[in-house]
Design a protein around this ligand. Structure first.
Ligand code: SER
Length: 315
């Protein structure tokens, strides 16, 4: 039986992951934690505790009292915020991670944390980026992610903690808006398409990045955590992706439903520089081979579902 504790439960991934995990494993077996509390299903529909991930003592106590056997550490600052506040990002992203790993080592928990396409840099091969390749990122977020991947591997090798992770691409969802990411344009665009019929993109046309629809991302986490450990040659972290597109392609996909949709550009140099340093498309074959990763949604299927779900939500 799984008893899962999650940090960053009210964030972009956490708020949907918790609903899915409670469905699979039972609400009482999933402890959601975050630094804040909101009136939301995450807080109201199962165990919830306030936790600042910088507070190791409280983290350890909550995990112990709950009888957790699994830790999913989701609390982190995304790329653009990290670039604006690099020291805070270092302290929070690395401090939170090492506390979650320490808790997992002491209590013998299975461990998951997401890495990112941000763990790659300008010297990484841009197309079909291999699982094992050069990782010299030029953003604070990327520095955190590479250091995090190494730290997770270290805890596995040194202490036998069952650490697992994926390098997520941009994640797109209609539930919780992301905050402070570089790939967020691909979420904002759907809101604006429905609200105003037009969108001004801060990412330049022709800039390819990997993306994935949230249901596929959540399934990937569940599948990786359930995977047979003896089949895992890699651990921290697996390339996963569902699609790669540039702004004009997502606009074209939206026009299949909103024919007059208008796209303009006002490029943000900071986020554009971050995007330029990331791969155009990554190769997920190791994830497919080692634990059967598979994404269901392509760009058009995602667009159709996003527009339908958002339209209902915005009514
Ligand atoms: N979506 C994330 C970001 O843009 C990528 O990890 O920061």
């Amino acid at each position: 039986m799984k008893r899962i504790m999650i940090t960053g439960a009210l964030g972009q991934i956490g708020s949907e992951l918790i609903v899915k995990l409670r469905d699979i494993y039972g609400a009482e077996n999933v402890l959601a934690t975050d630094i804040r509390k909101t009136d939301s299903p995450v807080v109201n529909d199962g165990p919830f505790e306030l936790l600042d991930v910088m507070d190791l003592e409280n983290m350890r106590k909550l995990a112990k009292d709950f009888g957790a056997d699994t830790m999913m550490h989701m609390a982190a600052l995304l790329s653009a915020t990290a670039e604006a506040k690099p020291l805070l990002a270092w302290n929070l992203n690395m401090g939170g991670l090492v506390n979650a790993l320490e808790t997992s080592r002491e209590l013998g928990l299975q461990f998951f944390t997401p890495s990112s396409i941000g763990a790659f840099g300008p010297s990484t091969p841009k197309d079909n980026t291999p699982q094992d390749t050069l990782q010299r990122p030029t953003t604070m977020y990327g520095v955190n992610k590479v250091a995090g991947e190494l730290l997770c591997d270290y805890y596995f090798q040194k202490f036998g903690v069952d650490t697992r992770g994926v390098r997520f691409p941009g994640l797109i969802s209609y539930v919780t808006p992301p905050g402070g990411g570089t790939t967020d344009y691909a979420v904002d665009i759907y809101y604006k398409a429905l609200e105003e019929g037009k969108y001004t993109s801060y990412i330049e046309k022709g800039t390819y990045m990997d993306m994935m629809y949230m249901p596929d991302a959540l399934q990937a986490i569940v599948d990786l955590m359930e995977a047979d450990a003896s089949k895992l040659e890699h651990r921290n972290a697996f390339n996963v992706t569902a699609m790669s597109f540039e702004p004009e392609q997502i606009a074209a996909s939206i026009r299949k439903h909103i024919p007059n949709f208008e796209m303009n550009y006002e490029v943000d140099p900071i986020r554009q520089t971050i995007a330029n340093s990331w791969p155009d498309s990554i190769d997920a074959s190791a994830a497919k081979a080692e634990w059967g990763f598979k994404a269901q949604y392509d760009l058009d299927e995602m667009t159709k579902d996003m527009l339908e779900k958002l339209a209902t939500k915005m009514k």
